[in-house]
Design a protein around this ligand. Sequence first.
Ligand SMILES: [Zn+2]
Length: 370
Amino acid sequence: MQAPIFIGHEIYRHSSYGGRHPLRVPRVSTVMDLTRALGWLPDSAFRRSPRALPQALTVWHSPAYIAALQEAEAQGPAPHLRGFGLGTPSNPVFPEVWRRPATSAGGVLLAADLLRDGGVVYAPAGGTHHGLPDRANGFCYLNDPVLAMLALRRHGARRIAYVDIDAHHCDGVDLAFRDDPDTLLISVHEERRWPFTGALEDAGGAGTVFNLPVPAGFNDTEMQAALHELILPRVAAFRPDAVVLQCGADAVEEDPLSRLTLSNRALWSVVAALREAAPRYLVLGGGGYNPWSVGRAWAGVWAVLAGAEVPDRLPEPAEAVLRALVWHDAPRSKPVQPHWFTTLADAPRPGPLRPELRERLARLAARDGP
Ligand SMILES: [Zn+2]
């Protein structure tokens, strides 16, 4: 099997959604810099993401929306673009509003191509799981997970297991595949949080959707339970040709947009556990709005995939990457911690397996289906 491939691009380095938007922070560039500083990302493992052509996106997005997105970048905000969700506080018209998502989409399309005969690909710029066919939604302009899964299928992966551990429910991916018996959708997300979809009872049209809403304070012990009682048995029983993992980092405790309290090790354990679940494995990014926690978490994801050992204390070049990060208007609730500069792995955050979670897992385990 081919060595794991990392897909990235320099466009993310200076691109910002602007102002006080949560996506004013660098993310993918941090992961590229950290993994290179640690000696984990040789040129042979790196692929520069191509930009998707407009016609490659209309397999799921409407041509009118794709045209609107290009127009937004060329002309700036305009009243008629708001019908496409463009130019709202969540989905601003920023300078790379077409090129950036088209690059992320091109990255996952390349990933699907690279996975034709099996392998492991990491595309941390991917994971925009809220994108809708004809409008921007929840910071997501294109839905690259959907585009990736459609491309994997074109390349021969019929049965696809999509696992999403972002703090938010994957409403766009759900819309695309909720009635498809050849797609298993598993989402672990914070309860009573936007977009307010993904109810425990919602099994999709084909009974292949498994939603685990989790309470605030979701801890590493509870994630282990979700992994071993829900994710792994369902994926194994489904016998997928490909696994797509959306590994949003916003369920990590330091993130300002959720109230979940995982360590980054909990994310890494999911990444590692799914590695052998299918011949093709695509790992995407997703949410993550604290520049340190998202950079550290996603660099560690690559360590898992590439078989690199995470040191207890970072060597100086990697520490320098983290010390150079700036978080303008950082929320006072998330003060900078010294270990964000000197380590990659968080201390484990175990806790009780709460009765409501135990009960939800039991209800999901009792369901028929794949
Ligand atoms: Zn999220």
